[in-house]
Each structure stands twice: as C-alpha cells, then as structure tokens.
Design a binder for this molecule. Structure first.
Ligand SMILES: NC(=O)c1ccc[n+]([C@@H]2O[C@H](COP(=O)([O-])OP(=O)(O)OC[C@H]3O[C@@H](n4cnc5c(N)ncnc54)[C@H](O)[C@@H]3O)[C@@H](O)[C@H]2O)c1
Length: 254
C-alpha cells in the first residue's frame, strides 16, 4: 500500500524501539520520513534502512526538549523533504521509581521529554498542515496515563497531559482538516524497557511478569504499535480524531 506517497512525515525518537518500527511502517506506505532523535547513530541507521530499498528518509540529531533544536530540525526537513504532512510524537523516557523517592530534577526531565517535547514539535509543524488544510498528528502516550502505573506517577501524569492536549488540539484543528489521535502502548519489548529492568529489582519484577498478566499472553512488539500508528496517520483514518487507542494485548480494557 502506497497511500502516503508524496507525503512528508516526522517521527521523533525514530532511532530505536517503537519509533524505528513506526518509521519503517510509514516508509512502507510511501511516506518520506524525517527522523528526529537525540541518538545520531541510531537515527542514521533507521534512515539507511529506509533508503536502502529505495525509500526517502533523512535524520537530524534533535533534542525535543529544546525548542531551537526542534525548529532547526523542522526547517531542515522542509528543505530536504518538503512541508510536513504527518507528525508522530513518539520520543519518550521513563524510569520506574516510587514517587516518594523522586526529585524535582527528575520531574522536570520527565515532563520536558514526555510533554513539552510534544508541544515543541506540534508548534513547529502545525503551520505546514494548516497551510495545506490537511494533516495527521499521532501522539504516543501510554496505558500508564489511562489506568495509572505503580512507580511511574510522574511519567503517567506527563503522558496524561499528552492525552488532554491531543483531545483539545483535535477540536482546535478539526476546522483545518487535521486529525489528532493518541496511541497508548502497553508494556512493549524495546531498549527502554530493557534499561528500566536493569535499573532496579522493582522494574525487573513488574515487567518480567507481564507475559502472564496480559490476556494475549505476550508483551507488545514495536511493530504492533507501528501498525496502529500507520493506520491513524493514513487516509483510512480521515474521519477519526481526538481518539485514544490502547495497543496492549488487552491488558487494559477501559
Ligand atoms: N516500551 C514500552 O513498554 C512503552 C509503553 C508505553 C509507552 N511507551 C512510549 O512509547 C514511546 C517509545 O518508547 P520506546 O520503548 O520505543 O523507547 P526507546 O527508549 O527504546 O526509544 C525512544 C527513542 O526516543 C529518543 N529520545 C529520548 N529522548 C529524546 C529527546 N529528548 N529528543 C529526541 N529523542 C529522544 C531515544 O534516543 C530513543 O531513540 C515513548 O514515548 C514511550 O514513553 C513505551
């Protein structure tokens, strides 16, 4: 299916994990993909994986917490691939720690990456979509935001902010024919989860037991999330906006 041919997509955090799978899924549908990631080597590897079979891709080392870095990335994307049609805010970060043990510095980092990064990216790209009177924004939140998660209070709060922001934005931008939706992964096998497990016994215990708790009997894989994102970014989802989709093997059902 090449229904994104001629469209430019930016994916944050596309260097690895879920973001890399999203980049490949959008490229498979014909989109030209710009990868914004703080990890240059990983971002370059994703761009190469798209270019080698003939796709269009670029990467730019970007820190989404820094508005100047975001603006430079978006400008470069316009120069190389053209104005932005699709934005996927995927980059995120977390560590599992009981709230009592967290520090204000940790709160600031979590909020900056998981919430303010989304604001920066949307603010820098929405003008392109408004001008074209069409666009798709897909924000990656988390099931933690929908149902809560022990050891992830600040992260869940920041990800819930993404949901409130996305619903409000969906209402504001509907007149511009821009769809804004949210995908909430459940526990998914990625480098982030491996790092969290290594970080402490609590995270290791919670995350290692997931195969038994999830109704579909396995953790998510990056491709599971990517196919939901690709659908919401595609013309098939033209009449869907302001929605929150859990991709969690049935772990949460509300
Ligand atoms: N893996 C899970 O179980 C899970 C569950 C729910 C939600 N999520 C969310 O899914 C998204 C992807 O997570 P993942 O598990 O693939 O993580 P990951 O750590 O494997 O990949 C995240 C990518 O984001 C990039 N990134 C981090 N901070 C950045 C910054 N400041 N600027 C630019 N890029 C930055 C990283 O370099 C990395 O390439 C995140 O938003 C995460 O919160 C993941």
């Amino acid at each position: 299916m090449q229904d994104m041919k001629g469209q430019t997509a930016i994916v944050t955090g596309g260097g690895r994990g879920i973001g890399r799978a999203i980049c490949l899924a959008l490229a498979a549908r014909g989109a030209a993909v710009a990868i914004a990631d703080i990890r240059g080597e990983d971002a370059e590897a994703t761009a190469r994986a798209i270019q080698e079979p003939g796709g269009r891709a670029m990467f730019k080392v970007t820190d989404i917490t820094d508005l100047a870095s975001v603006k430079a990335m978006v400008d470069r994307t316009r120069e190389i691939l053209g104005p932005v049609d699709i934005l996927v805010n995927n980059a995120g970060w977390d560590r599992m720690t009981p709230f009592a043990k967290t520090t204000p510095e940790f709160w600031d980092t979590i909020i900056a990456i998981n919430f303010k990064g989304v604001l920066h990216m949307v603010h820098a790209t929405m003008g392109d979509m408004i001008e074209k009177n069409r666009g798709k924004i897909v924000n990656i939140s988390s099931d933690a935001a929908r149902v809560g998660s022990m050891g992830e209070a600040v992260y869940a709060g920041a990800k819930a902010a993404v949901i409130g922001f996305s619903k409000s934005l969906a209402r504001e931008l509907a007149r511009n024919n821009i769809n804004v939706n949210v995908v909430c992964p459940g526990p998914t096998e990625t480098p982030l989860v491996e790092e969290m497990k290594k970080d402490g016994a609590f995270a290791e215990k919670v995350l290692s037991g997931m195969d038994r708790i999830i109704p579909l009997r396995r953790m998510g894989r990056p491709d599971d999330i990517a196919s939901a994102v690709a659908f919401l970014a595609s013309p098939e989802a033209d009449f869907i906006t302001g929605q929150i989709l859990s991709v969690s093997g049935g772990l949460t059902m509300c």
